[in-house]
Design a protein around this ligand. Sequence first.
Ligand SMILES: Nc1ncnc2c1ncn2[C@@H]1O[C@H](COP(=O)(O)OP(=O)(O)OP(=O)(O)O)[C@@H](O)[C@H]1O
Ligand SMILES: O=C(O)c1ccc[n+]([C@@H]2O[C@H](COP(=O)([O-])O)[C@@H](O)[C@H]2O)c1
Length: 290
Amino acid sequence: MAPDTPSPFTYPLSYEFPTHRLATTLRNPDKQPLVLVACGSFSPVTYLHLRMFEMAKDYVRQNTDFEIVGGYLSPVSDQYKKPGLLNANHRVNMCTAAAEQTSTWLMVDPWEAFQSYQRTAVVLDHFDFEINTVRGGVRTSDGAQRPVRVMLLAGSDLIATMSEPGVWSEPDLDHILGRYGVIIIERAGADMDQAIDNLSRWRHNIHLIHQLIQNDVSSTKVRLFLRRGLSVRYLIPAPVVDYIEQHGLYVDEGPSASASAGANAAEKEKGKDRDTGASGSGTEKSGPSS
Ligand SMILES: Nc1ncnc2c1ncn2[C@@H]1O[C@H](COP(=O)(O)OP(=O)(O)OP(=O)(O)O)[C@@H](O)[C@H]1O
Ligand SMILES: O=C(O)c1ccc[n+]([C@@H]2O[C@H](COP(=O)([O-])O)[C@@H](O)[C@H]2O)c1
């Protein structure tokens, strides 16, 4: 279906919005259709990134009036310039391999990755435009069209940055949390309640999910293990391990230390990132900040 209004967005060359796993019909007409969007570096994608979607799916089914009709990973542009950010081509390929080979419902949207830096508010608008304006939302079983709610899916560390001065613009926060909403997954080391303390005005649109199984795998730790020549199998999806091996990624340091030394160093690097505001803070992005 052609949209009535021209697109307000810029597009990478040969871009097509992925819809091969997007449900076109709502199973339960009493529910509101929902699409989940996770924005991030995904350098590389880990099981925890994928697990966020599964946790959200359980939560949505048990606690809300939504029905999930799609889930997307949206890797950030190279211009985000965060330390450890591999080029977008590899990150999109790894996310795609993980989504296609380990999930039946997740998709990867390369729109954000293959162009200049786009703020998260704009990324969510892009999804809303593609799904609701271009495609008219989804159908109910009686043939009526229903608009899809787009919602951000994020770890509590990312949400914590929303209370840090200067990282997100106030109008963007209002747009993201007021119009779309967010599902927050607890992340080891990031206090959930503290993370949303300053966001209480949007509380009705904020859903918190606690971790029942603690697992603090991060891309930073995976990169560090790889640089040290340590195995990352069973920490990240097998097709991603294979891809990394085939392309010799993340090996700019020779193999050396033991696994525990690797983990300790990873912790240190993660802490250092936090201290410098590089981990999830968005402060190193080169795109516009508001
Ligand atoms: N272990 C985890 N638990 C909960 N959320 C997570 C976890 N790992 C990543 N996330 C969330 O996934 C999204 C994308 O994360 P990102 O790509 O920055 O991964 P990362 O592991 O934090 O990366 P890095 O280690 O490079 O900072 C963010 O919303 C982040 O909060
Ligand atoms: O839109 C913003 O102003 C904004 C500010 C900070 C972070 N973000 C987004 O949040 C994501 C953070 O990813 P990461 O890997 O730094 O945790 C990434 O997709 C950024 O574009 C977005």
